[in-house]
Design a protein around this ligand. Structure first.
Ligand code: SF4
Length: 302
């Protein structure tokens, strides 16, 4: 994490890592290397997500000039969505964060709603370029992603995510005054706050005192990018021990305990569709460790 100047990890990076760790590392080191086709697919996916988000709420532009302001916007989003969820409504793009297994994780849940049985269900939308369900390996990556969201969300509503932990990991200054646009937006939402710390305490209190349940069900919906037709849905069985074990393995790389690994021989088919196949050290050496950790940080292209 120090090598990449990271204070937290994104859940989406961890799920990419579960596809191929070496590929995820190349993605960080060589961000411009991604094929134009893949970038276009991701861009189209983002547009569909935005369209769904706009079905439920408007977007407001707020100028932020400090990292505290940027976090304040996330906290304001949480504060505006908690009451909707409390009253049985549906929310989209809910920010989640918290320390899990010693590392600070952040992410955004696509959708949370209640089922007809009254269970709190997380729904993750995955768009596909081709009109067919993904292979098992892709589904496994997506299952890991939503399972991590559940770990973080549950910790948030159980009061296990503290303001001290956020301040410590993200190196934030609670006493810093919020920017005028952020303060104005907070005021419009009914919150009289001046400093980042005021808002943080309010958001943490709102999460822990709101009696929100933990997530009961995890659903992934696959849809076709071009037509928006639903290709199928997957209900994910949450296996906490397995998820945490996998997370600890992934964090071994991020905390510098081990070198990055590429795919197993039985998953070598992934290399055929990989943007980095021509330069991949892991692949060239037939599955030995790559040497990226030995490169000096200043040589990285960021
Ligand atoms: S070529 Fe294979 S091992 Fe190398 S990064 Fe790509 S998928 Fe991973």
């Amino acid at each position: 994490m120090e090598r990449f100047y990271l204070r937290c990890l994104w859940v989406s990076d961890l799920s990419t890592q579960s596809w191929c760790e070496q590929q995820m590392v190349y993605g960080k080191e060589l961000p411009g290397f991604q094929s134009a086709e893949k970038a276009a697919v991701l861009g189209a996916g983002a547009s569909i997500h935005l369209a769904r988000e706009l079905e439920l709420h408007d977007l407001v532009n707020i100028h932020t000039s400090t990292k505290e302001d940027a976090w304040a916007v996330k906290l304001l989003n949480i504060l505006s969505m908690v009451p909707i969820l409390q009253s049985g409504g549906t929310i989209r793009e809910f920010p989640v964060f918290g320390e899990i297994e010693g590392v600070f994780l952040v992410g955004v849940i696509d959708e949370l709603h209640y089922t007809s049985k009254g269970e709190l269900e997380l729904a993750e939308l995955k768009t596909r370029k081709r009109p067919m369900m993904p292979l098992e390996a892709q589904k496994e990556k997506d299952r890991f992603q939503v399972s991590l969201y559940k770990c973080i969300f549950d910790a948030m509503v159980k009061g296990q995510v503290t303001s001290a932990s956020l301040v410590h990991h993200m190196k934030l200054s609670p006493e810093l005054l919020l920017g005028s646009q952020v303060q104005k937006h907070a005021h419009q939402g009914g919150f009289t706050v001046k400093s980042f710390g005021d808002l943080l305490e309010l958001a943490i209190l709102s999460l822990t005192l709101s009696d929100l349940p933990v997530i009961d069900a995890l659903k992934i919906e696959y849809s076709h990018q071009e037509t928006d037709a639903v290709l199928g849905t997957e209900m994910v069985v949450f296996e906490e021990n397995r998820v945490r074990e996998k997370l600890r393995h992934h964090l071994g790389y991020w905390t510098g305990l081990r070198e990055p690994q590429g795919v197993d021989v039985k998953e070598a088919w992934k290399c055929r569709m990989c943007d980095y196949a021509t330069i991949c050290e892991w692949r060239k050496s037939g599955g030995r460790r790559a040497s990226t950790l030995e490169q000096p940080a200043q040589k990285m292209s960021r």
